[in-house]
Ligand binder design. Structure first.
Ligand code: GRF
Length: 207
């Protein structure tokens, strides 16, 4: 059975596209059955429509209280029988009750080597700190911000003449490689959360 996946995004959607293409190429035993965005006029929404995948705009501002927003998302996930949630440039903190309902089944990509540089503008944080290497991390989502168990990471060098743009481009290239690979492993049920670590089943080596 192909795992039913929901993609959550707020922007451009390049990671979503990398995952979509890996699915189309037959590399992932899953299927994006639903896209949720909090913003109507963004790349991920346009892409989803072009791919003929149901897109729902769920903006918390329309729900008043957090519980109603949470329930609206949970209802959609149930309707589409979603088993895995992929955050890809989703700019909201998910409510704890939502995280608890799908614990161990929500993945996120972050443009730094976690636990360094959590939160917004991770690439700018890395430049300001003067680190020589940074990168990206795919992790399971817990109630914290960018704190859940780490699934995969990639390292990129930081050069002296880097700008936020040049560094972000170098990191994004790696994001598009490791996120689909992490989703592949997730869809094979090859990721075991043991305490705060992720153990990858032996037969499913990271490529
Ligand atoms: C990526 O840099 C990702 O790491 C971060 O937000 C950005 C999303 O880009 N969480 P895109 O929408 O996938 O193109």
């Amino acid at each position: 059975m192909r795992k039913h996946l929901a993609l959550f995004g707020s922007g451009r959607g390049s990671n979503g596209e990398a995952i979509y293409k890996a699915i189309e190429a037959g590399h992932i035993n899953g299927e994006i059955v639903l896209i949720i965005s909090d913003r109507p006029h963004v790349g991920i929404v346009e892409k989803g429509r072009a791919w003929h995948i149901p897109v729902h705009i769920v903006d918390p501002a329309n729900y008043g209280i957090e519980a109603a927003w949470t329930q609206a998302m949970l209802d959609l996930l149930q309707e589409y029988e979603v088993e895995g949630i992929l955050l890809a440039g989703y700019m909201r903190i998910l409510p704890p009750t939502f995280v608890q309902a799908y614990r161990g089944n929500i993945l996120n990509i972050h443009p730094s080597l976690l636990p360094a540089f959590t939160g917004l503008q991770a690439q700018k944080q890395a430049l300001l700190k003067g680190v020589k290497y940074t990168g990206c991390t795919v992790h399971f989502v817990d109630e914290g911000m960018d704190t859940g168990p780490i699934i995969a990471q990639a390292v990129v060098p930081v050069y002296e003449d880097d700008t936020v743009d040049t560094l972000s481009t170098r990191i994004l290239h790696e994001e598009h490689r490791i996120y689909p690979e992490a989703v592949r492993l997730f869809c094979e049920d090859a990721l075991n959360i043991v305490g705060s670590r992720v153990v990858i089943k032996k037969q499913a080596i990271i490529k």
